[in-house]
Design a protein around this ligand. Structure first.
Ligand code: COA
Ligand code: ZN
Length: 298
């Protein structure tokens, strides 16, 4: 049996939060439904943050209310503080993803917190998810570099990972929010984080800002990671990270992995068709390679 790599589709959240297009709630739900038809089993479907900070996610409660829960996909809600946690719980999120931050410059601008303060906030938020019986994951944003402060020390990641582990976080992602990671950096940081939290399931979140995202996925899989974030079409970015471009594209990751013999459970041609549909809805081209070139062989 082929080795399974799970793709967490982040297009409806990380993808849409920074896109110039304003999708209606119905269009977001259609995007989610199309992704489910592609075989996506886990996806970030919304974000319970301040609507002033991220206006594009202001309708996340309506999006969650409109989900077809008879389908198999698990819907993840993003939360950064207690209010966000409560809203995610009220929306009946299947999982909550909390955002820790590895750099002070980005942390202050994105969520008004230093790295330690984001971990303190997680300490207040984790019990809310546990009491509600909702699995809690976390992403360490700017884990490979901060757009304002520059280099981020791997020791910060180790400290945050150890705290997340103690607080009952079941899965931790290293987020390359501004696309500065290299494959060797990926390998080294994974080693560091594993030493700090040996039992933790690790997930990786890459942006393709500087062209290394697929190479970084390869490095992560070679290092034993089997959960990867990606967005249909490669859309996305963070409003608080200047020049940050899209996530690594789901169809590009699926193509690379499946051609190498891994399984993802995702239908490549349907994902490419969804990326093309997205180009029409968003009103601009998407960045992925596979949406232009198609798969191989046919
Ligand atoms: N959902 C909705 N509104 C929220 C909220 C949440 N989770 N958290 C805070 N707010 C509102 C408050 O009610 C308050 O509203 P008011 O001005 O009408 O009274 C306002 O936001 C400020 O609240 P405060 O607790 O002082 O938060 P803050 O100003 O320190 O901001 C965050 C902290 C985390 C809420 C804010 O920085 C944020 O939403 N950032 C989102 C960043 C993001 O999503 N980045 C991309 C993904 S990583
Ligand atoms: Zn991201």
């Amino acid at each position: 049996m082929a080795y399974l790599i799970q793709i967490v589709e982040v297009g409806p959240r990380d993808g849409l939060q920074n896109d110039p297009a304003d999708l209606s709630t119905a269009q977001k739900l259609e995007f989610i439904s199309r992704l489910e038809e592609c075989g996506v089993t886990r996806m970030e479907s919304g974000s319970f943050v301040s609507p002033k900070a991220v206006p594009k996610m202001a309708d996340s409660a309506e999006v969650f209310a409109g989900l077809d829960r008879t389908r198999a996909a698990r819907h993840i809600a993003l939360a950064l503080n207690e209010k966000g946690m409560r809203r995610a719980i009220d929306a009946k999120a299947d999982e909550i993803n909390f955002v820790l931050v590895a750099g002070e410059g980005f942390g202050r601008r994105n969520q008004g917190m230093s790295p330690e303060e984001s971990a303190d906030m997680l300490e207040r938020c984790a019990p809310l998810a546990h009491e509600a019986g909702i699995p809690l994951a976390a992403t360490i944003s700017v884990a490979f570099g901060d757009p304002y402060d520059g280099e981020v020390s791997p020791a910060v990641l180790a400290r945050l990972a150890a705290r997340a582990d103690k607080l009952g976080v079941s899965e931790l992602a290293l987020g390359d929010t501004i696309g500065v990671a290299t494959p060797w950096d990926v390998r080294d940081r994974l080693t560091e984080v594993r030493e700090a939290a040996p039992e933790m399931t690790l997930r990786m979140h890459f942006h393709d800002t500087r062209g290394a995202a697929l190479a970084n996925v390869h490095a992560a899989v070679e290092a034993g990671v089997d959960v990867i974030d990606a967005s249909c079409g490669g859309i996305g970015g963070c409003p608080f990270a200047p020049a940050a471009t899209g996530n690594v594209a789901t169809e590009d990751v699926v193509y690379m992995l499946e051609r190498a013999g891994f399984e993802t459970g995702i239908d490549l041609s349907k994902m490419i068709a969804t990326a093309k549909w997205l180009e029409i809805v968003l009103g601009h081209p998407v960045a992925s390679s596979l949406s232009k070139a198609g798969g191989f062989p046919d």
